[in-house]
Design a protein around this ligand. Structure first.
Ligand code: ADP
Length: 152
């Protein structure tokens, strides 16, 4: 069984994330969207809220499950029996950052492959940090996020 982990902050989940996961569904038997806990990061939304929005977004998808983890992503992949890490690439900055992480991860766990999907055109400008800015400034964030993400 081909199992992939899609790790991230998802603060909040965006149409960019949704696009990557949707396009990865035919490639894997199971995709675990894993919300990582990083003690050095300040999040806008609680872990519970972020997980709930992701669950709601993919509730019709049998291949998708949602989890949370802390510590090394490679260790988490071993725990859940994943052979693949899924990541999205938007631009050269993503590439440089992701290359270093993927190469390090492969040193930590040699049988783990990182699979990259290129962002769909039109979605490359969407990032959780920009969406958070739009939300903070009471802009129309709905156009950048799945319908499940609703802020009162
Ligand atoms: P992290 O804090 O690990 O970067 P994010 O939630 O910001 O977590 O991103 C998780 C993954 O989704 C990363 O691989 C990121 O490159 C990818 N991603 C985010 N936005 C987009 C987008 N608009 N198009 C393609 N991939 C994206």
């Amino acid at each position: 069984m081909k199992v992939a982990v899609f790790p991230g902050s998802f603060d909040p989940i965006t149409l960019g994330h949704l696009d990557i996961v949707s396009r990865a569904i035919p490639l894997f038997d199971k995709i675990i969207i894993a919300v990582g806990r990083n003690a050095n990061k300040k999040y806008m939304f609680s872990e519970e809220q972020r997980v709930e929005w992701i669950k709601e977004t993919f509730k019709e998808e049998a291949k998708i499950s949602v989890d949370r983890y802390s510590g090394l992503t490679t260790r988490y992949c071993t725990e859940v029996g994943a052979q693949f890490i899924l990541r999205g690439l938007r631009n050269p900055a993503d590439f440089e950052f992701e290359k270093a992480i993927a190469q390090t991860n492969r040193k930590l766990k040699t049988d783990l492959e990182t699979v990259f999907l290129l962002t769909s055109s039109g979605l490359s400008s969407i990032s959780s940090s920009i969406v958070r800015d739009v939300i903070r400034n009471e802009g129309e964030y709905q156009q950048f996020v799945p319908a499940a993400v609703r802020i009162n």
